[in-house]
Write a protein that binds this ligand. Structure first.
Ligand code: IPM
Ligand code: MG
Length: 361
């Protein structure tokens, strides 16, 4: 088959890690008889530098007309980069929020899995790491605080900032259904994370999700308050399978979930709409401090490409081939700097790519 991908390399380490993922896809294409065509578009700081806009309408059109989007990372150092002197709607992150909204990518999947080979990199107690964990963080991505009305103005002589958190039942239902569908393919457990002891929006999430749960009698459904969830993630992460939550809680908890896997450089993600269309990107950021040094870990991006094959193109055996090649490099002791133990030999970003490609069968 022929697949047309919009590719956003972005800023920082983005170009290095995406280049590796494209080479991996080419190898998969060669072995399994597919062609991946790449249409590169700009987003984030590089687009600001070229067009004065973090994401142009032309770029959105190209993304929309593609079969899927492969993304690296965007943004720079928020303390020092001139991009952060611009008004908020002109900054790199505005491009990311705009593409999520324009493409209707409401379901963000961030699998957090502890590879047995990386148990030593896990910052949790040895007995917790020993038990391992394998969860799917499902974060709502186009609603809530990120997209509610916001403003800063003087009210009664006092400078006041307002951000609004709005969800309607349809926005909740569609991601809850996706969450339960995914749970059916996993260990059949869904935990809804909310703040229903305080927030109306959370109470609506509970009501709607409970209704959806009735259609999935095989799935064990439970709820947990977000402050407790932050604790449980470090105390007993093995209890979670699918973790369903709203945008802001999901942003925070998914970083926590990624860190306990040992390195954010290992975690892929998928952002999906109602159809099979999706945008695939590593969960980590643009890491401007190590950009251009060829030391970034490309595995998260490579695994994101595998998620693309699985979720957008139904190419399960091709996705397995990538995931197995990644497992093999780890089993063979191949490490980038972020996952190497002190004194262990380290490979560069592009070498990690070569070694994964060698193992694709
Ligand atoms: C993420 C990032 C973004 C978010 C930022 C860059 C706007 O942290 O994808 O988790 O908050 O969604
Ligand atoms: Mg985040």
């Amino acid at each position: 088959m022929n697949y047309n991908l919009a590719v956003i390399k972005g800023d920082g380490i983005g170009p290095e890690i995406v280049t590796v993922a494209m080479r991996v896809l080419d190898k998969v294409g060669e072995v399994y008889g597919h062609t991946f065509n790449y249409n590169e578009i700009l987003m984030g700081g590089c687009s600001i530098d070229k067009y004065g806009d973090p994401l142009t309408d032309e770029a959105i059109e190209i993304a929309k007309s593609s079969d899927a989007v492969l993304l690296g990372s965007i943004g720079g150092n928020t303390a020092t980069s001139p991009w952060y002197k611009l008004p908020p709607e002109k900054r790199p992150e505005a491009g990311l929020l705009k593409i999520r909204k324009s493409l209707g990518l409401f379901a963000n999947l961030r699998p957090a899995y502890l590879y047995p080979e990386l148990k030593d990199a896990c910052p949790l107690k040895a007995e917790v790491a020993e038990r391992g964990f394998d969860m799917m963080m499902m974060r709502e991505l186009t609603g809530g605080l990120y997209f509610g009305e916001r403003y800063t103005k003087e009210i009664d002589g006092v400078m006041t900032a307002v951000d609004t958190l709005t969800y309607n039942e349809n926005e909740i239902r569609r991601i809850a259904i996706k969450g339960f569908d995914i749970a059916m393919k996993r260990r059949k457990k869904v935990t809804l994370i909310d703040k229903a002891n305080v927030l109306d929006s959370s109470r609506l999430w509970r009501k709607v999700t409970e209704e959806v749960a009735k259609d999935y009698p095989e799935v064990e459904y439970g709820v947990m308050l977000v402050d407790n969830a932050a604790m449980q993630l470090v105390k007993d992460p093995a209890q979670f399978d699918v973790v369903l939550t709203e945008n802001m809680f999901g942003d925070i908890l998914s970083d926590e979930a990624s860190q306990i896997t040992g390195s954010i450089g290992m975690l892929p993600s998928a952002s999906l709409n109602e159809t099979k269309f999706g945008m695939y990107e590593p969960s980590g950021g643009s890491a401007p401090d190590i950009a251009g040094k060829n030391i970034a870990n490309p595995i998260a991006t490579v695994l994101s490409a595998a998620m693309m094959l699985r979720y957008s193109f139904d190419l399960d055996k091709e996705a397995d081939a990538i995931e197995n090649a990644v497992k093999k490099v780890l089993a063979d002791g191949i490490r980038t700097i972020d996952i190497a133990k002190p004194g262990e030999p380290q490979v560069k970003c592009d070498e990690m790519g070569d070694l994964i490609i060698e193992r694709i069968k």
